[in-house]
Design a protein around this ligand. Structure first.
Ligand SMILES: [Zn+2]
Ligand SMILES: [Zn+2]
Ligand SMILES: [Zn+2]
Ligand SMILES: [Zn+2]
Length: 226
């Protein structure tokens, strides 16, 4: 079984999807980041903070563990997913309860109002060449977030190891024509990228850490916005 490795964004330790939550509870660097964020006196208003796992629905190697303020609107999650994974040319997006045909959730809705009741919702970017993300509630705590931002990136998947379809060496490029016209993941190494015969969709794209890879000419930057 694949382990889907990821990296703790506080200390750099390698974790897996099953071990991430336990690591975050014990992570010293995260504890240091949280220190001083919890008031000594019990504050009158301690907001809910949600541990949300974002998984590319059909490509589970791509996953993010996020800590999200309950008073943030879903719009903040949309913005974050676009920046780190999805944005190519400003397509429409939506949150739904469970995929097409299920009720949509307003982007103005507060994260707490949604995840208090729902353990799982879905996000879709681009209604033509869809990218689906499943958002799961892992846990909830009372307190402050580690930063002033509404979302903190706690764990991000490692870039999956992909191999060249010609020789099996580690690959850094993807041929879109292979994907669209030959229905195969056309990953290529530096050597085989040069004499690859396809050019109907332009030169092979650099592999980036995003499940949008190969869709709509996506080239990244696939970097967290903060
Ligand atoms: Zn850590
Ligand atoms: Zn696009
Ligand atoms: Zn090769
Ligand atoms: Zn090709």
């Amino acid at each position: 079984m694949r382990r889907y490795p990821g990296l703790c964004q506080y200390c750099g330790a390698e974790v897996t999807r099953p071990t991430a939550a336990a690591h975050l509870r014990a992570c010293r660097e995260r504890k240091a980041a949280l220190k001083g964020k919890t008031s000594r006196r019990q504050s009158v208003y301690e907001p809910d903070v949600y541990y949300i796992r974002a998984e590319a629905t059909y490509w589970p190697e791509f996953w993010l563990d996020l800590e999200v303020s309950g008073v943030a609107p879903l719009q903040d999650l949309d913005d974050y997913l676009r920046a780190i994974w999805l944005e190519c040319c400003g397509h429409m997006s939506a949150f739904t309860l469970g995929g097409w045909g299920t009720p949509q959730l307003a982007k103005e809705a507060f994260v707490a109002d949604v995840f208090r009741h729902k353990a799982k919702i879905m996000h879709v970017y681009d209604f033509g060449t869809e990218s689906w993300t499943t958002l799961k509630r892992i846990s909830v705590r009372k307190g402050q977030t580690t930063t002033r931002r509404p979302i903190s990136l706690m764990v991000r998947n490692r870039l999956p190891e992909v191999v060249c379809l010609e020789c099996g060496a580690p690959a850094g490029w993807l041929c879109v024509e292979c994907v669209i016209e030959e229905d195969r993941m056309g990953f290529l190494c530096a050597k085989h990228r040069k004499n690859h015969p396809h050019d109907n969709y332009g030169a092979p794209l650099k592999v980036v850490n995003s499940p949008r890879l190969g869709l709509c000419g996506y080239t990244g930057p696939a970097k967290p916005p903060y």
